[in-house]
Ligand binder design. Structure first.
Ligand SMILES: *[C@@H]1O[C@H](CO)[C@@H](O)[C@H](O)[C@H]1NC(C)=O
Ligand SMILES: *[C@@H]1O[C@H](CO)[C@@H](O)[C@H](O)[C@H]1NC(C)=O
Ligand SMILES: *[C@@H]1O[C@H](CO)[C@@H](O)[C@H](O)[C@H]1NC(C)=O
Length: 887
C-alpha cells in the first residue's frame, strides 16, 4: 500500500466533560446559593486546552481539561476525546487533588488480566469506541469527591498524510458547557516552508469568531489560536449554553519548489517526496461492481450515481471497462475501450441500466478483470506507458463459485503477480472487511469502507479522485548501500497527484557528512530519476535550532511509520513470520510508548504498581472484522478513588460512608480524656483497633468545654502476634515481644509476611494486613506540642461479618432512609428524619473533613449527623464501647 495516499490525514479531537446523574443531594432542594455560570450539575470545567505541535507532518497533541466538583457530594465526571483512528495514544494521566495517576504502556495480554480483575471487582469501566468514519472516542470517568479537582491529560501522536494537496487536522470540539479558559493552540513547523494555512470552524462563520481566532504563517512557522471568551462561546447573547460543537479544521501545505526534502536528527532521517507538474499517466481501469440482490435499493442507486459522476472525470487517454457480478459475471465490453466521447456515452447508458440480481461471485469477477487487463497489455490494446487499476465494489461475502476467502486471495494473487494494484471498496457493514483489506494489501492496493449513508455516492466518487491521477508508477526510493538501516517501505506502485511518499530510516554512521537519495519512477512520457543530496550536519543544525520542537520527533516518526507498516504486513502473515512481525511491532510500541493493537495503557496509582486502576487499549483487527464501524478501540477501567470508607478524626467525629446512598452518616462520641474506645473488633481475623481519648490542652479560659481527640491508637493482629501502638510522637511495633520504635519524622516502609507499614514523614501511615485490610492513620500537627490522630479504614473487605466496634459494626451493608427535610435550629443546617436500624431519629445535615490526602486542609464530606453520641445508630449505647486498655 502506498502510504503516500492514505486519505485520512484527519486529526480530530473532541473534548467534553459531563457529570453523571447521581442521585441529587437533599441539600440541593434548599437552593444554598445561586449557581455560577459554567456549572452543569455541580461540575465546573474551568479549563480546556488543546495543544498541538506539528513538526514535519508529525503531530504531537495534548489535551488538558481541568474540572472541579462544586457539588455537595461526589460526582462521576466523564472525559471524552475523539482522536483519529490513525493516531496512537502515547500518554494519559489523571490528577485528582494533586495526586497524579500516570499511564504506562504494557503488553496487551499483561494489561488485559489487570483490566479483567478491575472489572470483576465492579470498578467503573470506560471505553474508546469507533465514532463516525475516521475517529475513535476515548471515554473515561472518575468519581470525584465534593470540592475536589481533577485534571485529565491525554496525549496522542500521528503522522499527517497528504491528501488531495493538503495536510488536514480536524479538532472535533464539544465542551457541553461554557468554559472559562478554552483554547486551541497549534504550532506548525515545516522545514520546507509553509505555502498555505487555513483554519475554520464548522459551527460558526469566521467573521463571527472575530478576535477569538487568529491564524498566521511565515516562512517555516505557522500558528493557529482559537480562544473564545465566555461571551463568544454563548449560543446567543443571553444563553448559557455553548455554541462550540463541531469540527475545527486546520489545513496547510508546504512549498513544493523542490520535489522532496530530507530531514535528519540524531541519526534518524525522514524523506518526503511529492514532485509537481508531471503529466498524468494514462490509466486502464476496470470497475468490478457487485450487483447481487443485497445491493438492491439505495445502494445500487448510489453506485449508479457515483459511476455516472466518475465517467465525467475519466480522461480521454484512459481506457475502461465494467464487470458486473452476482451469481454470474457479465462485462460491458469484451475488452478495454478508450474513453472517447462515443464510448463514454455508451457507458452512461450501460450504467443507468445496472440492475441487481442473485448471488455473489467475487472470485470469477476479479479473475475476469485481471485477465482482461493482462491481455490488453500483452496485445497492446492500451498505450505502452499506461498503468492498470482494478476497483472492486462489494457489499457482501462471496457465496457462489469459489467462496473460500483464502482460495480467492490465492487465485487473485497468482493472477495479478504484483503487476498492478487492486482497490477493494466495502459498501456497508455486512461483509468480511478484513478479507477485502488483506486481499487489497497483498496486491499493492488498499481497502476502503463506503459508509451506507446519503453521501455514499460522494464517498465513491471521492475515492476515485484520489486514484484518478497517477503521476509516476513503479516508484523506488534508494539510498547508498550500507549507509542506511531499518528503512520503512521504499517502493510504491503509484505516486498519485496530491499525495506524498514518506520514507524513514536510520543512518548506519551518525557522523556521515553527505546523504544522498535517489527516487526512480516511470512517468507518462519518460522514466524519471530525482536525486537529493543533503549536508547532514547542516540540516541537523537547522532543525535543532527550532527549540520548540521535540528533539527526537524524527525517531518517533520513524517508529510510528515502522509500527504502522509492520501491523499492516502482519495482516497477511502466518505462523513464524507473523510471530516475528508481532514481536517487532510490540517491541517498538513498548519502547516508544504507543498504544497500538498490541499494547495497552495502564493507569496506575502512584507508588503502587500492583494496583492498576485504568486501562486503555486499541483492539486488534479481529474486533473490526465484520462490522462497518470497528468496534472497541480502547478500553478503560477505572477504580474510583472513593471506596466505601469509615473513619474517625477530629473531635472525635465518626464518619460512615454508605456507597449505596452516595451519602454519609456521622456522629460524635464525647468521653473524658484517658478513656479507651473500641473501634474495631473482629473475632475471626483477630484484628482489633482501640483508641484513647486526649483533651485539648490549649488555653481555653473563655470556655469550660474541653475538646477531645484520639491521641493514641492500639492495633492488634492476634493471629500474627503483632501489635502497633501509634501516638502523636512515635510508633512502636511489637512482633511477639520484640519492640521496634519508629518516629513520625521518618519516611519508611516495613514489610513482612503480608504485613506492610509505611510511614510518610509527619503526614500519615498506611498499615496493610495482606490484601483486603488497609488502615490509614493521619497525624494532625495542629498544636505546638500535642498533636492528634485520625483513623481511616480504606479497605475492610477481608474482615468478617462478626466485626464489631464503633466503626467495625458498619462494615456490613446497612440501609437508612432520610425524609421530611425541614429547617432546624441552625438556619444553614436542615434537620430531617432518619430511619435506621429500626429507629427513627432526628438528624442534622452537617459536614466533616477527610484528611487522608490533604492533612492540613482536608476535603469536605457532607453527612447526616446523629445526635447524642450516635444514639440509635450504634448498637447499644456508647459506654458499651469503653474498654480497659489499648490492647
Ligand atoms: C505522561 O504525562 C505526564 C504528565 O504530563 C508526564 O509527567 C509523563 O512524563 C508523561 N509520560 C511520558 C512517557 O511521556
Ligand atoms: C525473524 O526476524 C529475524 C530478525 O529479527 C530474522 O533474522 C528471521 O529470519 C525472521 N524469521 C522469520 C520467519 O521471518
Ligand atoms: C461549664 O459546664 C457546665 C456543665 O457542662 C455548665 O453548667 C456551665 O454553665 C459551664 N460554664 C460556662 C462558663 O460555660
Amino acid at each position: 500500500m502506498a502510504s503516500a495516499w492514505w486519505p485520512c490525514l484527519a486529526l480530530a479531537l473532541f473534548s467534553s466533560l459531563a457529570a453523571s446523574g447521581f442521585p441529587r443531594s437533599p441539600l440541593r432542594l434548599l437552593g444554598k446559593r445561586s449557581l455560577p455560570e459554567g456549572l452543569v450539575d455541580g461540575i465546573e470545567i474551568y479549563s480546556t486546552k488543546i495543544n498541538c505541535k506539528v513538526t514535519s507532518r508529525f503531530a504531537h497533541n495534548v489535551i488538558t481539561t481541568r474540572a472541579v466538583n462544586r457539588a455537595d457530594k461526589a460526582k462521576e465526571i466523564f472525559f471524552e476525546a475523539e482522536l483519529p483512528k490513525t493516531g496512537f495514544i502515547t500518554n494519559f494521566t489523571l490528577t485528582i487533588d494533586g495526586v497524579t495517576y500516570p499511564g504506562n504502556i504494557k503488553e496487551k495480554e499483561v494489561a488485559k488480566k489487570q483490566y479483567e480483575k478491575a472489572v470483576s471487582q465492579g470498578k467503573t469501566a470506560g471505553l474508546v469506541k469507533a465514532s463516525g468514519r475516521k475517529l475513535e472516542k476515548f471515554t473515561v470517568s472518575v468519581n470525584v469527591a465534593a470540592g475536589s479537582k481533577v485534571t485529565f491529560e491525554l496525549t496522542y501522536e500521528e503522522l499527517l498524510k497528504r491528501h488531495k494537496g493538503k495536510y488536514e487536522m480536524y479538532l472535533k470540539i464539544h465542551p457541553k458547557q461554557l468554559v472559562k479558559h478554552f483554547e486551541i493552540d497549534v504550532h506548525i513547523f515545516e522545514p520546507q516552508g509553509i505555502s498555505t494555512l487555513d483554519a475554520e470552524a464548522s459551527f460558526i462563520t469566521n467573521d463571527l469568531l472575530g478576535s477569538a481566532l487568529t491564524k498566521s504563517f511565515s516562512g517555516q512557522k505557522g500558528h493557529v489560536s482559537f480562544k473564545p471568551s465566555l461571551d463568544q462561546q454563548r449560543s446567543c447573547p443571553t444563553c448559557t449554553d455553548s455554541l462550540l460543537n463541531g469540527d475545527f479544521t486546520i489545513t496547510y501545505d508546504v512549498n513544493r519548489e523542490s520535489p522532496g526534502d530530507v530531514q535528519i536528527v540524531n541519526g534518524y532521517f525522514v524523506h518526503f517526496f511529492a514532485p509537481q507538474g508531471l503529466p498524468v499517466v494514462p490509466k486502464n481501469v476496470v470497475f468490478v461492481i457487485d450487483v447481487s440482490g443485497s445491493m438492491s435499493g439505495r445502494k445500487i442507486q448510489q453506485t449508479r450515481d457515483a459511476l455516472l459522476k466518475i465517467l465525467e472525470d475519466v480522461k480521454k487517454d484512459d481506457y475502461l471497462n465494467f464487470i458486473l457480478f452476482s451469481g454470474d459475471v457479465t462485462t460491458w465490453k469484451d475488452q478495454l475501450v478508450q474513453a472517447t466521447p462515443e464510448n463514454l456515452q455508451e457507458a452512461r447508458t450501460f450504467v443507468k441500466n445496472i440492475r441487481d440480481q442473485g448471488a455473489t461471485n467475487i472470485n470469477d469477477a476479479l479473475l475476469r478483470a485481471i485477465h482482461m487487463l493482462n491481455k490488453a497489455q500483452e496485445e497492446h490494446v492500451v498505450p505502452e506507458r499506461s498503468t492498470s487499476i482494478i476497483i472492486m465494489l462489494t457489499d457482501g461475502d462471496a457465496n457462489t463459485g469459489e467462496s473460500r476467502p483464502e482460495k480467492i486471495q490465492e487465485n487473485v494473487r497468482n493472477a495479478i503477480e504484483g503487476k498492478f494494484p487492486l482497490y477493494n471498496l466495502g459498501f456497508g457493514r455486512n461483509m468480511d472487511y478484513s478479507f477485502l483489506e488483506r486481499m487489497a494489501l497483498e496486491n499493492h492496493g488498499l481497502a476502503r469502507r463506503i459508509y451506507e449513508d446519503s453521501d455514499a455516492d460522494l464517498q465513491l466518487q471521492g475515492f476515485y479522485e484520489e486514484v484518478a491521477n497517477p503521476l509516476l508508477t513503479s516508484v523506488q526510493v534508494e539510498y547508498p548501500d550500507n549507509a542506511i538501516q531499518d528503512l520503512t517501505q521504499n517502493n510504491y506502485q503509484h505516486f498519485y497527484d496530491g499525495s506524498e511518499i514518506v520514507v524513514a530510516g536510520r543512518l548506519v554512521d551518525e557522523d556521515m557528512n553527505n546523504f544522498k537519495a535517489d527516487v526512480k519512477g516511470h512517468g507518462a512520457l519518460s522514466d524519471l530519476l530525482y536525486t537529493k543530496e543533503v549536508d547532514v550536519k547542516e540540516t541537523e543544525k537547522a532543525l535543532k535550532e527550532q527549540d520548540y520542537i521535540f528533539g527526537n520527533f524524527i525517531e518517533r516518526l520513524w517508529a510510528y511509520l515502522t509500527i504502522e507498516q509492520l501491523l499492516e504486513k502482519r495482516k497477511n502473515a502466518q505462523g513464524e513470520e507473523k510471530e516475528n512481525l508481532t514481536a517487532q511491532a510490540l517491541d517498538l510500541s513498548l519502547k516508544y510508548h504507543f498504544v497500538t493493537p498490541l499494547t495497552s495503557m495502564v493507569v496506575t496509582k502512584p507508588e503502587d504498581n500492583e494496583d492498576q486502576t485504568a486501562i486503555a487499549d486499541k483492539p486488534g483487527e479481529d474486533a473490526e472484522a465484520r462490522s462497518a464501524i470497528p468496534s472497541t478501540a480502547y478500553q478503560v477501567s477505572y477504580q474510583p478513588p472513593q471506596n466505601p470508607y469509615y473513619y474517625v478524626d477530629g473531635d472525635p467525629h465518626f464518619i460512615i460512608q454508605v456507597p449505596e446512598k452516595d451519602d454519609a452518616i456521622c456522629f460524635n462520641i464525647d468521653e473524658d480524656p484517658g478513656m479507651v474506645l473500641s473501634l474495631i473488633q473482629d473475632p475471626v481475623t483477630g484484628l482489633s483497633v482501640n483508641g484513647q481519648i486526649i483533651g485539648d490542652t490549649r488555653d481555653s479560659s473563655d470556655s469550660n468545654t474541653t475538646k477531645t481527640y484520639f491521641g493514641k491508637l492500639g492495633i492488634t493482629n492476634a493471629q500474627m502476634d503483632f501489635r502497633i501502638e501509634v501516638t502523636t510522637e512515635k510508633i512502636t511495633l511489637w512482633n511477639g515481644a520484640v519492640p521496634t520504635t519508629l518516629s513520625w519524622l521518618d519516611t519508611v516502609m516495613v514489610t513482612q509476611d503480608g504485613l506492610s507499614v509505611t510511614i510518610n514523614r509527619k503526614k500519615n501511615m498506611v498499615i496493610s494486613f495482606g490484601q483486603g485490610v488497609t488502615f490509614v492513620v493521619v497525624l494532625h500537627p495542629v498544636w505546638k506540642k500535642a498533636d492528634f490522630l485520625g483513623f481511616y479504614v480504606v479497605d475492610s473487605h477481608r474482615m468478617s461479618a462478626q466485626t464489631h466496634g464503633l466503626l467495625g459494626q458498619f462494615f456490613h451493608p446497612f440501609d437508612f432512609e432520610v425524609s421530611d427535610i425541614h429547617p432546624g435550629s441552625d438556619p444553614t443546617k436542615p434537620d430531617a428524619i432518619m430511619v435506621v436500624k429500626n429507629h427513627q431519629l432526628t438528624v442534622t445535615r452537617g459536614s466533616q473533613k477527610d484528611y487522608r490526602k490533604d492533612t492540613s486542609m482536608g476535603v469536605k464530606v457532607n453527612c447526616w449527623f446523629v445526635h447524642n453520641n450516635g444514639e440509635g445508630l450504634i448498637d447499644g449505647v456508647h459506654t458499651d464501647y469503653i474498654v480497659s486498655s489499648l490492647f
